[in-house]
Design a protein. Structure first.
Length: 287
């Protein structure tokens, strides 16, 4: 009798693993379906909800309490990009100094900041600052039954709440990212030239030779893709939140972890897809 209970318990544990995997695929399908509905609703949102989109653009860029929160998203992106670029400048100079190639600091700065550091830092800042706000806002509306009320009134809540935020994120990310990228460039140059004593003219020469319009366009494309991922993930988690205020908090945590994971995986694919496996610096004859 005891043996039969033990066998039944082991069988439940064994098949329970498959049920967990099945639930995981169900959740993934739910978020993917929601993301498709968000993107499909873009034309309707642009036609009907322009004022709401402009309000969301302002909130994404500056925030409702920009002065108190450090300048909104722009301030956070500038600060995080600057810190990451300073660390990059210190480490790249130390590494090149060991090889005797400190003159190439400008080239490494242009490539590393444009192709990796700046887009990823801006995406993580966007997820932490704006994305969690989306999850909290939609989650609060879900548990207070405001979303159900919108559906009852015949308003497409997905387009009204989520698609408008997606468009605002895409519109706001370009100027926000460009400011963050400029902050990364200036901070790296300050670290290498002013703090470490490298020649400013040499640094600027190799930097300008290595930075091309196509590289900037590819970098902006990366930032745009990351922004779409962040908006879809965080809006989906907030829209499907349940379990009261505690459930909204869990949804925000799950959304942030998922965003960071997706940003990391997609960064590898986009870097190889947009910039190629072999580095290319046309201005220096490296193609």
């Amino acid at each position: 009798m005891i043996g039969s209970h033990s066998a039944t318990y082991r069988a439940k544990r064994f098949f329970g693993k498959f049920s967990v995997i099945g639930r995981g695929f169900e959740v993934l399908a739910m978020h993917l379906t929601f993301g498709i509905r968000m993107v499909a609703g873009v034309p309707i949102a642009l036609k009907r909800y322009r004022k709401i989109i402009m309000r969301e653009v302002s909130d994404v860029s500056f925030g409702s309490t920009a002065i108190l929160s450090g300048g909104g998203t722009i301030g956070v992106v500038i600060a995080m990009s600057g810190v990451a670029a300073m660390l990059l400048g210190i480490e790249l100079f130390r590494g090149l100094e060991l090889l005797g190639f400190t003159a190439l600091s400008g080239m490494v700065s242009a490539i590393a900041n444009t192709q990796g550091v700046a887009p990823i830092v801006a995406a993580i800042a966007l997820a932490a600052k704006v994305g969690t706000g989306f999850t909290a806002q939609l989650g609060a509306m879900r548990i207070s039954e405001e979303i159900d009320a919108l559906d009852t009134l015949g308003v497409n809540s997905t387009i009204f709440l989520a698609t408008t935020r997606l468009i605002a994120m895409v519109v706001a990310i370009i100027p926000v990212y460009m400011v963050g990228l400029l902050s990364a460039y200036l901070t790296t140059r300050f670290t290498v030239v002013v703090l470490r004593g490298e020649s400013g003219g040499t640094y600027d020469y190799y930097f300008q030779q290595s930075l091309t319009p196509s590289a900037l366009a590819s970098s902006i494309t990366m930032a745009l893709v990351f922004a779409v991922f962040v908006a879809v993930i965080h809006c989906s988690y907030g829209y499907h939140a349940s379990g009261g205020p505690e459930g909204v908090g869990r949804a925000a945590g799950h959304a942030l972890r998922t965003s960071i994971l997706v940003i990391g995986m997609s960064a590898v694919v986009l870097t190889f897809g947009l910039f190629g496996i072999t580095p290319a610096v046309p201005g220096m004859g490296i193609e």
